[in-house]
Design a protein around this ligand. Structure first.
Ligand code: ATR
Length: 270
């Protein structure tokens, strides 16, 4: 049986083993997928040990996405630009290839929710690793503009420069938020602490959508605020399942359907 895993620290609450077990059942693939807590100081060693026991690929989550990026022998263009890897693939010749499927998962979930991206005005909150990982697939959808704003303005400005060759993208501080947006994506880790960056009223255009990369049993503070502003709110559970589906396809060559798994996970959140 081909073996896969997700590496993280901590990893106990990961939903990935259940998601991939459901994908394997649905597509008839023989495989095993487990969660492994890698030591903080030796991610590469954990990957090598897994490979020596028959590991064929892995997902990588917090805090190892940059360590994973560093150990890869080859990277997809997208992973190289993102500076992060969430999917490791062991090639036949023993080399390790890395990709990032977070952005593909986000775009797939936006499409699934009928959110129009082409020509859209998009505001992205945050300029950390989570945001860096999703900008390329978003820009590929040809939005009119992506504005990245961050508490630390310089990080957003630098980030926008790194992606400027791919489309209309601009960086600024939180005080640089102006105009109205069709889609506002929260990529800050602020909601983990129940925090919300200060945001102006009338941020959303008519029919505007708020997307939080986080999720929970209750709406996040960002989504609760957005709904009070009249926006449609979507949380990041679908992005989680979407990135898993894209990784599964990289390993197995078949794309699983996400809806059944997503419904199941949603019902378990309650
Ligand atoms: P991740 O990998 O989740 O993106 P990160 O790289 O540490 O984690 O980035 C966290 C992001 O959330 C950053 O954009 C951070 O803003 P700063 O760059 O100014 O630190 C943002 N963030 C975290 N807590 C926040 C808060 N309370 N208010 C506003 N932004 C916050």
């Amino acid at each position: 049986t081909d073996r896969y895993c997700v590496f993280g620290h901590p990893i106990g609450h990961s939903k990935s083993p259940a998601i991939h077990a459901a994908f394997a059942a649905e597509t008839g693939q023989q495989m095993e997928y487990v969660a492994i807590e890698a030591p903080l100081d030796d991610f590469a060693g954990a990957w090598r040990a897994f490979v020596s026991k028959g590991g064929r690929g892995a997902n990588v989550t917090v805090p190892f996405k940059q360590d994973a990026w560093q150990l890869c022998d080859q990277l997809s263009d997208q992973a190289r630009r993102a500076g992060a890897v969430n999917t490791l693939v062991l090639h036949e010749d023993g080399t390790t290839w890395g990709d990032t499927t977070d952005g593909v998962g986000l775009v797939a979930d936006l499409r699934r929710n009928d959110v129009m991206l082409e020509a859209a005005r998009i505001l992205v909150l945050g300029a950390g690793g989570a945001v860096r990982g999703v900008l390329e697939p978003l820009l590929a959808e040809k939005p009119r503009q992506i504005k990245v704003v961050n508490r630390t303005a310089e990080k957003a400005i630098e980030l926008a420069q790194d992606f400027a060759a791919l489309g209309a993208i601009e960086g600024a501080g939180l005080d640089g938020i102006d105009g109205q947006y069709d889609l506002v994506i929260n990529g800050t880790s602020a909601s983990l602490a129940g925090d919300l960056p200060p945001l102006p009223d009338s941020l959303f255009a008519d029919g505007g959508v708020a997307y939080d990369m986080m999720y929970g049993a209750e709406p996040t503070v960002f989504l609760a605020w957005a709904q009070r502003q009249g926006a449609r709110g979507i949380d990041g559970l679908g992005m989680l399942v979407g990135q898993a589906a894209a990784s599964f396809e990289l390993w197995r060559g078949v794309r699983p359907a996400v809806d059944g798994v997503l419904d199941e996970l949603r019902s378990q959140l309650q």
